[in-house]
Design a protein around this ligand. Structure first.
Ligand SMILES: NC(=O)c1ccc[n+]([C@@H]2O[C@H](COP(=O)([O-])OP(=O)(O)OC[C@H]3O[C@@H](n4cnc5c(N)ncnc54)[C@H](O)[C@@H]3O)[C@@H](O)[C@H]2O)c1
Length: 315
């Protein structure tokens, strides 16, 4: 596809999330939800984990632009997880910069530094969301961590540290949010799986299967919480232009050195030829749909937002 056509398609893809920003207004600072704000999430409060950057930040921006009060949560401390050569999680400066971006969209945003691996910290975060904004309607378990290793050489540290964030972190986020969602009479739980959670992927064993587990626990939540009018769904993104996907370690695992080489491998595998890599806002569009009025009848499913790559492996 010629570059200009690709850019036009990109604008179409990302336009929805940007459209609501202009109409959001302040009615008293960051201490309560602006229920007068227009948008598909007007009057709702959302907790988004891993919100300092990447997909989580894009979701926070999209939700704020659609009238939600947003609680951005991130650990924002690379020293607090086992180091990974060629990759690190977000730091405090990135978290603050992301928070400032959301604040430009809406005053109804707070940031909480907390660890999804600790259920008590997550319960405190949910309580803070309720205290500041009067309730909680949406929880997005987006925070993720990755280590690259072969199956045979994977260590206990590899498996445990990845599962702690990617599986227990999702469970902790959902568990902490459920009482507040129940008090609202319903709500939305959204998790981030991956195309790696839909197929076997060589080279990142713990991450790969942790993303399968995310789908399993999300389906269980959907069945058990349906009677409480709470939906639970997972999003399985393809390759997204974020620090995780663009890390040196990710490229090394693909056997390449440069971003151009990385794109040359996966680009041709994506049926939708918009771009060899997705934008974080593409995934935010799916998260917005699941959280918004159109998502109320959908639960226990996985949205493959992967430029069509999923057509190769899903029924
Ligand atoms: N980028 C991709 O290509 C891609 C593809 C499929 C799925 N995903 C998934 O999407 C989600 C977001 O990924 P991303 O690409 O934006 O990654 P990213 O590394 O850019 O962002 C992840 C965020 O999670 C935070 N985080 C990590 N551990 C945490 C913890 N213990 N507590 C709180 N926050 C923590 C990080 O600080 C970071 O801000 C992840 O679950 C990831 O596995 C990403």
């Amino acid at each position: 596809m010629p570059q200009s056509a690709s850019l036009n398609r990109r604008k179409l893809l990302t336009g929805v999330a940007a459209a609501g920003a202009a109409g959001v207004g302040a009615i008293g600072g960051a201490a309560r939800a602006d229920h007068a704000a227009p948008g598909r999430l007007a009057g709702k409060t959302a907790l988004v984990t891993g919100a300092a950057r990447g997909i989580g930040l894009a979701i926070a921006k999209a939700y704020a632009a659609e009238g939600a009060a947003v609680v951005m949560l991130d650990l924002a401390d690379p020293g607090a997880v086992p180091p990974v050569e060629g990759f690190r999680i977000a730091n405090a400066e990135e978290f603050d910069a992301g928070y400032q971006q959301v604040l430009q969209i809406s005053p109804n945003v707070i940031k909480i530094t907390a660890d999804v691996r600790d259920v008590r910290q997550m319960e405190a975060a949910a309580a803070e969301a309720v205290r500041r904004f009067g309730g909680l309607d949406i929880a997005v378990a987006n925070a993720g961590y990755v280590r690259w290793h072969s199956f045979a050489e994977g260590t206990e540290l590899d498996w445990k540290s990845v599962y702690d964030v990617n599986v227990h972190g999702v469970f902790n986020t959902f568990k902490a949010a459920i009482p507040a969602l129940r008090r609202r009479g319903g709500g939305r739980l959204i998790s981030l799986s991956s195309i790696g959670g839909r197929q076997g992927v060589p080279g990142n064993g713990a991450y790969n299967s942790s993303k399968w587990a995310v789908i399993g626990l999300t389906k269980q939540a959907a069945i058990e919480l349906g009677p409480d009018s709470i939906t639970a769904n997972a999003i399985a993104p393809g390759p997204v232009d974020t620090p995780m996907y663009r890390s040196v370690a990710q490229r090394r695992s693909m056997g390449v050195d440069t971003i151009e080489q990385q794109d040359a491998i996966l680009g041709p595998m994506l049926p939708l030829g918009y771009s060899p890599v997705m934008a974080p806002s593409d995934i935010a569009d799916a998260a917005l749909f699941l959280a918004g009025p159109g998502g109320g009848a959908i639960s226990g499913t996985v949205i493959d937002s992967a430029f069509g790559y999923n057509a190769f492996y899903t029924a």
